[in-house]
Design a protein around this ligand. Structure first.
Ligand SMILES: [Zn+2]
Ligand SMILES: [Zn+2]
Length: 299
C-alpha cells in the first residue's frame, strides 16, 4: 500500500526523479480516496441503513447502532488522517551533532563509516544523521526514525507520527470491515430473491461497488496491520527489517510491552487517540527521534 524510498537506488534510473513522480501520484490518490469514501458513505448511510432507522413508526436499534458506529469511526479516521498528514515525522535539528559517546564529531570524519555507532552523514542535507534516521528521496530530507514514505498520506512516516499512522490503519480497517459487513446482508437478500428491491439502478451500482471496495480494503489493511503489529512489538521500522534479520541481537528490542510504549506512550487513556501526553513527549526519547534506549545485553 505504501512505497519505501529510503535506501533504494536503481542503477539505470534516476531514483530522485522516480520518487518525485510518487509525490505527484500521492496528490492524485487524494481525490480517488475521497470518491471511494463518498461512495461508501452514501451506500451505508444514505442508501441502506439510514432509511431503516425509523420505519413504519418503529426505531430499529440495529440500524441506529450501525449508523452511529459508522460516524464515530469516520471521525477517528479523519482525525488520525489529518494528524499523519500534517504532523512533522521528525527532522534533524540544524545544529545537531552526534553525542560523544555515540560516535564521531567533526567534518574530518564524514567519510568514516561509523559502523559501530550507526551515525552517518547525509550528503544531500549536509547534516548528521542520528541513529535510525534515513533520507527520504520523495520529501528530499532526512527523517528521524523513518519508517517509510506513504503516498496515501503524502507524507513520511517517522518518529513523531508513526502512532497516528497506525491508528489511521486500524480505524480505517474497522470502518471498511463494518461497511462490508453492513452491506453484505443487503446483497444476499437481493440476490437470493428473499426481498424485492425498490432501489434505483444507480443506488444498486454504488452500493455494490462500495461493498466490494470496502471488503478489498479491509482485507489488505488487515495484512498490513499484522505486519506493523510485529514491527511495533519488536521495535523495528519497515526500513530496518533486513538489518534486523542479519543481526543476532536486535539492540532496540526492549520487550513487547516497552516496545509498544515507545510508539504509543505510557498513558493508557491516550493509546486509542492520535495524541501524546506532554510527559511522554518529554520522557520518551524515541518520540523525539534523536536517541533510543538499547537493551542491556546489547551495551
Ligand atoms: Zn538527508
Ligand atoms: Zn518522505
Amino acid at each position: 500500500m505504501c512505497c519505501q524510498c529510503g535506501g533504494a537506488a536503481l542503477s539505470s534510473v534516476n531514483p530522485f526523479r522516480l520518487c518525485g513522480g510518487l509525490r505527484v501520484l500521492g496528490y492524485l490518490m487524494l481525490p480517488l480516496v475521497a470518491a471511494i469514501a463518498g461512495a461508501v458513505y452514501y451506500a451505508v448511510v444514505a442508501a441502506v441503513w439510514g432509511p431503516r432507522i425509523v420505519k413504519h413508526g418503529h426505531v430499529s436499534d440495529l440500524a441506529l447502532f450501525i449508523v452511529i458506529l459508522f460516524h464515530l469511526l469516520l471521525v477517528m479516521v479523519i482525525w488520525c488522517y489529518l494528524r499523519v498528514v500534517f504532523s512533522d515525522p521528525g527532522s534533524v535539528p540544524h545544529d545537531w551533532t552526534p553525542p560523544v559517546e555515540q560516535g564521531v564529531i567533526g567534518q574530518s570524519d564524514v567519510q568514516d563509516p561509523s559502523i559501530d555507532t550507526g551515525i552517518r552523514h547525509c550528503a544531500r542535507c549536509q547534516n548528521w544523521k542520528p541513529l535510525r534516521c534515513h533520507h527520504c528521496s520523495v520529501c528530499d530530507r532526512c527523517v528521524l526514525k523513518m519508517d517509510h514514505h506513504c503516498v496515501w498520506v503524502v507524507n513520511c512516516v517517522g518518529a513523531r507520527n508513526y502512532k497516528f499512522f497506525l491508528l489511521f490503519l486500524v480505524y480505517t480497517f474497522l470502518e471498511t470491515a463494518l461497511s462490508a459487513l453492513a452491506l453484505l446482508p443487503h446483497f444476499i437478500s437481493l440476490f437470493s430473491g428473499e426481498s424485492r428491491h425498490t432501489d434505483s439502478t444507480m443506488n444498486l451500482s454504488i452500493t455494490f461497488i462500495a461493498s466490494v471496495l470496502s471488503a478489498a480494503f479491509a482485507l489488505s489493511l488487515l495484512c498490513f496491520i499484522c505486519m506493523h503489529v510485529s514491527l511495533v512489538l519488536t521495535n523495528t521500522t519497515s526500513i530496518e527489517i533486513y538489518e534486523k534479520k542479519s543481526s543476532a541481537l536486535w539492540r532496540y528490542d526492549l520487550g513487547n510491552f516497552k516496545n509498544f510504549e515507545q510508539v504509543f506512550g505510557t498513558k493508557k487513556r491516550l493509546w486509542f487517540f492520535p495524541l501524546y501526553s506532554a510527559e511522554d513527549l518529554e520522557n520518551i526519547s524515541a518520540l523525539q527521534g534523536l536517541e533510543f534506549p538499547i537493551q542491556a545485553n546489547a551495551v
